[in-house]
Design a protein around this ligand. Sequence first.
Ligand code: COA
Ligand code: MG
Length: 293
Amino acid sequence: MYRSLLFVPGDSEKKIAKSETVPADLIIFDLEDAVAADARPEARLRVRDYLKARHDRSAALYVRINPLDTEDAPKDLDIVMEGAPDGIVLPKAHAPADVRTLEKLLDAAEKKHGVTKGATRILPVATETPAALFTLGEYRHAATRLAGLTWGAEDLAAAVGAMSKAGDNNEWSDPFALARSLCLFAASAAGVQAIDTLYADFRDAAGLAASAARARRDGFTGKLAIHPGQVETINAAFTPSAEEIDEARAIIELFAANPQAGALSHKGRMVDMPHLVQARKILALAEKSGGGR
Ligand code: COA
Ligand code: MG
């Protein structure tokens, strides 16, 4: 379970080095939007060399390649797979079929570079095109290498011509809230982690904390980050508090002590199966928080 997933531009030696000091659970070396086309060839080699050196990091190391329908994508894969990253972030996925296409490419790349078959995970950015929204339910049939599902609003907004993505009170406007919710449900249906999109205003710590708290409230278990200063806030938001853990344990013990009961009374309120399921999820989250690789 990855709480914080930090984007690091793959062409920046400085930021790659800096990322070693950041307590992100997962690092995404970017070869796509954060890297200018001219800088890509060098960025690929830089990321590959960094991965090969391994650096004994506890964070999982992923690479965001370019979209599969670009000429960059096969070049990205061919080079970075030499470094055996823990996973690939797939931007602008049109449908789960893209994940299957990437799976086949990874099968071949793993074989070529002596990487264990199936070891490379896939994290799609699943809502970046309007048509992709109508395929989200199918990710449950593409789950072999799936590490989670995440979503993005920027490209979606540009595609539909939205003037703004903001609704009231710093929340998403309806179209983007829908994409966010569908990502959450699709991830849950596929049995993988739902990862909330990034909070772009990286100087707004309170806004980030509120955004991460809403994501946790709704069922997301991690969030993308773009700046080192966001990582601790995100980690804190997705780490169950001591009170939450105590409460979860109490509910599990209550049901264990009353194996015949479907519904029970706990501190003056009714608890039943969904509460037990939720209590187990909180303990799982507590155990896996900061799981790294
Ligand atoms: N990863 C690693 N280090 C980062 C970083 C990142 N994502 N973002 C900033 N840093 C480093 C800076 O190099 C700087 O290092 P220093 O203290 O050694 O000088 C330090 O953290 C503070 O950075 P700051 O000056 O506050 O920000 P900036 O103006 O240098 O950079 C951004 C702002 C947005 C350009 C930068 O955060 C960034 O590149 N983010 C990632 C962008 C990205 O990958 N986007 C793709 C996903 S949408
Ligand atoms: Mg993008």
